[in-house]
Design a protein around this ligand. Structure first.
Ligand SMILES: [Zn+2]
Length: 245
């Protein structure tokens, strides 16, 4: 690391992680990541992806900032109330790390529009809050062969699932049909922050090749008891998304 390029200096503490090096950092710099939904999961995920030096972030969200977002959506401050989330998030990320290219799209992700966005990136981080959009992103990722890192939170609990098309079960092998959505969702900011950090760790590992991603297992976090559990997941024979892939 003696002749570290100046642009890499801010990443020097992660580059000395075993197996990371200039190669790992260069891979992150070339990487493009879609953050699907920039809320309780998407805000910290985008921040840590930018901190790690991911070259391009594509932030997608349709909402404006509301007061009830502020307990967990840490890219939005009081001054941002009423602003478009992606505009506020994009501005913060650019100020935080000017080496990261940020593209923002104010829209809802659907089966109709998600395919070209997934084609543009290397992987997708789930920051969504509804099953329909997750189904759309999962299907597009499986069809495009792009990793999809799913997380969801509820209260002090959360779950993490990494989908590598062709290698692991997909999100719809786990949730075949959408259960009824309950609103408003109870959540502590620390819960979504922690699950977002786990998503970013999976993303960085996949992008750099350092470590082993969570393959074929669902991680369940219970903050009430401070317990982590791993549950083996199998491909659903009847899964209409990844069957035959
Ligand atoms: Zn499946």
């Amino acid at each position: 690391m003696k002749f570290l390029p100046a642009a890499f200096e801010r990443y020097s503490r992660q580059m000395i992680i075993e197996g990371f090096g200039i190669e790992g950092q260069s891979r992150l710099r070339r990487a493009r990541v879609l953050v699907a939904g920039v809320g309780g999961l998407g805000c910290p995920a985008a921040l840590y992806l930018a901190a790690a030096g991911v070259g391009k972030l594509l932030l997608v969200d349709r909402e404006n900032v509301e007061k009830t977002n502020l307990n967990r959506q840490i890219l939005y401050w009081e001054e941002d109330l009423g602003r478009s989330k992606v505009e506020a998030a994009g501005e913060k990320i650019r100020r935080f790390n000017s080496q990261v290219e940020v593209e923002t799209l104010k829209m809802e992700l659907t089966f109709e529009n998600v395919y070209p966005l997934v084609e543009e990136v290397d992987l997708v981080v789930d920051g969504l809050d509804n099953f329909e959009a997750r189904f759309a992103v999962n299907r597009a990722c499986v069809e495009a062969g792009k990793p999809f890192i799913h997380a969801a939170v509820h209260g002090l609990q959360g779950e993490l699932l990494t989908v590598i098309p062709g290698k692991t079960p997909c999100y719809q092998c786990y949730v075949a049909t959408a259960p009824p959505e309950r609103r408003p969702l109870p959540v502590l900011g620390a819960t979504s922050g922690m699950l977002a950090c786990l998503e970013v760790m999976e993303a960085v590992k996949i992008l750099t090749g350092v470590g082993e991603p969570l393959l074929g297992k669902l991680l369940i976090f219970d903050g009430y008891q401070m317990e982590f559990r791993l549950v083996e997941l199998k491909k659903l024979e009847t899964c209409e998304v990844c069957r035959g892939k």
